[in-house]
Design a binder for this molecule. Structure first.
Ligand code: ATP
Ligand code: MG
Ligand code: MG
Length: 547
């Protein structure tokens, strides 16, 4: 097999194993349960779980649930679902909230070492004290409280004696530090809020920076991988670990995935849901894992995409076309072929007796084990309206008066007569078929250039088909002018309410993947009922956006 070069994080892991720094590795995927996972998270999942799989270590799924206001169990469940669907299993399911008592203890330790203090300043005052990147900050008037006073006040904060914002606990580091994050950061705040797991037990909650590294250390995480915006937090991450003398987890940063024509922040995705621009988190146009899954993307295709884009050290914008390419490539191998007519034109075969004739067609020419299916043929068929031209142009190889085409896996037909209604609209075509031209045993000697998909009118099943386009009109939504919602493509969903499908489709299940011949790749949507099938177009057959 082809030797792939290591990414920079794999290089670090290999060096750490080789030097004996670690005998095995522990990674974690740490989502905040405040929304559904998106394709950017898939990148992080593939990286973290992939490292452990490759080097024989383990990966924890840790819910970073330190902000009671925005978090919810619905999100926890969806996240677990999505990680499993992507094909990964975690070693342990952990919650930062399980460590609240331990984290509180760490804060007490800092107070006792004279490294943390309770501050009564308002958030505005603290912001002023911080200074600017080019100017040092100033000390808070509460910075020199005694250890005893801090111990009492912090205990009172926990006991609920104070209102939200009345007091905070700050690390006592250096208000003149070049790194703004080191200027006495807030590590605990008061929040009288109900937590999705700990209920009303707590009214003080640790800040992200005080929870993340310590949670890593508690779990003996060896390589804590996060995205580039955490580079300035790394000094603080290390400072806490050092002062507390806990397991020396190390933070490494890689570039977050950004993709064209989409947004990926949970905050923005939540707005799309709440303001009705899409129909829920799993709307097939969303960049969420659940949306992509509903749309028919496959987990192997998403993993392949994450693998191909690699691990970068600089922010970049990945072409969504690459993801679609990976999806198309996988679906071409596994999708069963079916025929569906979206916009029907009736064809009467005048020389056919009308009895149902069963024809056979391969399910997937890419997969010899996929077998065949039966397709009924009769004297009334539907073809696609735009596969007929009354006055054809020169290179038109589809159907036209006097012209012949092959019906896929069936016969060659010739158009003899165009039937119109009183106002001149074409209502049906009268055609003859060539009985000797049956696919697989064609002795007619006739060569035709066009092959059309079709269905037998009386055997066809009805289906709604949903065609999706990009949700945004601009490539780089994150850097486009104005509000991101100004760039929404209002034509991103086209519904074909009544398509005609060959009957084999009615017997398939939601896990199946289809190629509707000449139309694209499709899957059954969860809105389907036995009475009404609904299909989503997963991706077109070719990149229709290629310039
Ligand atoms: P969002 O801005 O979408 O809310 P987040 O980083 O706040 O993202 P978390 O739930 O904290 O979301 O993310 C869990 C993990 O996934 C983190 O380690 C984070 O770095 C990683 N992650 C999030 N978004 C991306 C992305 N676009 N590309 C790569 N990794 C990401
Ligand atoms: Mg986060
Ligand atoms: Mg976030």
């Amino acid at each position: 097999s082809e030797e792939k070069s290591l990414n920079f994080i794999e290089e670090i892991v290999e060096a750490d194993l080789k030097s004996g720094k670690y005998s095995s590795i522990v990674t974690r995927f740490p989502p905040e349960p405040n929304g559904y996972l998106h394709i950017g998270h898939a990148k992080s999942i593939c990286l973290n779980f992939g490292l452990a799989l490759k080097y024989g270590g383990k990966t924890n799924l840790r819910f970073d649930d330190t902000n009671p206001v925005t978090e919810d169990t619905e999100y926890v469940d969806s996240i677990k679902d999505d990680v499993r669907w992507l094909g990964f299993e975690w070693a342990e399911e952990r919650y930062a909230s399980d460590y609240f008592e331990q984290l509180y203890g760490f804060a007490v330790q800092l107070i006792q070492k004279g490294l943390a203090y309770v501050d009564d300043s308002t958030s505005e005052e603290i912001a002023m004290q911080k200074g600017t990147p080019t100017q040092p900050g100033t000390n808070s008037p509460f910075r020199d409280r005694s250890v005893e006073e801090n111990m009492t006040l912090f205990a009172e904060m926990r006991d609920g004696k104070y209102k939200d914002g009345e007091k905070v606990l700050r690390a006592k580091i250096d208000m003149g530090h070049v790194n703004m994050h080191m200027r006495d950061p807030i590590i605990y705040r008061i929040k009288h809020a109900h937590h999705h797991r700990t209920g009303d037990t707590w009214c003080v909650y640790p800040m992200y920076d005080f929870a993340h590294g310590q949670s890593d250390a508690i779990e003996n995480i060896t390589h804590s991988v996060c995205t580039l915006e955490f580079i300035p937090h790394r000094a603080l991450y290390e400072w806490f670990i050092e002062q507390l003398g806990i397991f020396p987890s190390k933070q490494y940063e890689f570039a977050r995935l950004n993709m064209t024509y989409t947004v990926m922040s949970k905050r923005k995705l939540l707005q799309l849901v709440n303001e009705g621009f899409v129909n829920g988190w799993d709307d097939p146009r969303m960049s969420t894992i659940s949306g992509m899954r509903r749309r028919g993307y496959t987990a192997p295709a998403i993993r392949e995409f994450c693998d191909r884009i690699g691990i970068a050290k600089r922010d970049n914008l990945i072409d969504v076309g690459l993801l679609e390419f990976c999806v198309r490539e996988h679906l071409n191998k596994i999708a069963v072929r079916r025929m569906v007519v979206f916009d029907p034109l009736k064809v009467i075969i005048t020389n056919h007796n009308g009895e149902t004739e069963m024809l056979s067609s391969e399910n997937n020419p890419e997969d010899l084990n996929a077998g065949n299916r039966d397709i009924p043929f009769s004297n009334e068929l539907f073809i696609e309206k735009d596969d007929f031209m009354e006055v054809p142009s020169k290179k038109y190889f589809r159907l036209a008066p006097g012209q012949m085409v092959r019906l896929k896996s069936a016969y060659i037909i010739r158009c003899d007569e165009v039937v119109k209604d009183a106002v001149g609209n074409i209502t049906e075509l009268h055609c003859t078929y060539i009985p000797e031209s049956k696919s697989g045993s064609d002795t007619s000697g006739i060569n035709v250039k066009g092959t059309l998909h079709w269905v037998s009118a009386k055997h066809a099943v009805h289906a709604e088909v949903r065609l999706y386009d990009r949700l945004f009109k601009v490539e780089d939504v994150g850097n486009a002018e104005g509000d991101f919602k100004d760039h929404i493509n209002t034509d991103s969903l086209e519904v074909i309410p009544n398509a005609f499908a060959e009957p084999a489709l009615a017997m398939d299940s939601a896990e199946d993947r289809y190629q509707f011949l000449r139309k694209g790749y499709f899957c059954l949507d969860k809105d389907s009922t036995p009475e009404k099938l609904v299909f989503n177009r997963t991706v077109t057959l070719k990149d229709t956006w290629a310039k």
